[in-house]
Design a protein around this ligand. Structure first.
Ligand SMILES: [Zn+2]
Length: 114
């Protein structure tokens, strides 16, 4: 499942960035090509036992950008999207769009001074 592998990458990246500290919250940008509920489910199923355990996942809608070989570059809305493809408004061809989740912010607990 695509969303689960995105969640795995996200959790792995956050753990790396956390560097042994605990994460309090994670904010990500989620394009309309990604099923938000499945991403959240994947995230919360992966975090127990990791630095992200107990962290809150905040999902923010991210625009989906299409860069088409015909020269069109721009944002596409849900009405142009079908699965992981977008219909180019300029040439009407279906083009794959990136379905990545972008890490926007990672809040870590303060380093203990002791
Ligand atoms: Zn095009």
């Amino acid at each position: 499942m695509h969303e689960l592998s995105l969640a795995e990458e996200l959790v792995a990246e956050c753990c790396r960035l956390a560097g042994g500290r605990r994460a309090l919250s994670v904010r990500v940008g989620c394009p309309p090509t990604v099923d938000r509920a499945e991403l959240e489910e994947g995230f919360y199923s992966l975090v127990p036992g990791s630095a992200l355990e107990g962290a809150n996942l905040e999902v923010q809608e991210a625009p989906c950008e299409l860069s088409c070989p015909c020269g069109f570059v721009g944002q596409v809305g849900p009405e142009q999207l079908a699965g992981h493809f977008a219909i180019c408004p300029q040439c009407a061809q279906a083009r794959p769009v990136p379905g990545g989740v972008e890490l926007l912010a990672l809040r870590l607990e303060a380093q203990r001074s002791t």
